[in-house]
Design a protein around this ligand. Sequence first.
Ligand code: HEC
Length: 97
Amino acid sequence: MVNASSLYAVVISGLVMAAPVTAETFDRGQALYENHCEACHDTGAHLRGERRATSISDIRKWVTTWGFHAGLGWSDEEVDDVTDFLNRRFYQFTVQP
Ligand code: HEC
């Protein structure tokens, strides 16, 4: 059950963030990827038959490398978010313990 006060909390946090999308649908990894990575390759790069990335830690290495080349200075958390987005959307490797 969603009570009124938790509903208010969602509405208020949505306003405070002033994001173009609602808090529930906002995917930071996706937003970061679309802003910084898609200029060079569209998502097709991750769907090729001969993928470079073969595990979650591999994806993470690519994200770190490209983040570095693009001069983004991403935090570990941002790298994690983008890695997670790419894995969820394209690679679907099973989560490592
Ligand atoms: C300067 C252009 C450029 C930018 C910017 C760039 N990439 Fe790439 N990326 C490439 C190219 C070219 C390849 C293919 C490399 C290869 O096949 O050896 C690639 C490959 C990849 C792969 C491996 C795909 C596979 O085969 O599994 C990943 C993951 C990736 N990029 C993530 C990112 C992320 C995340 C960003 C944003 C931080 C980013 N890239 C930004 C050019 C770019």
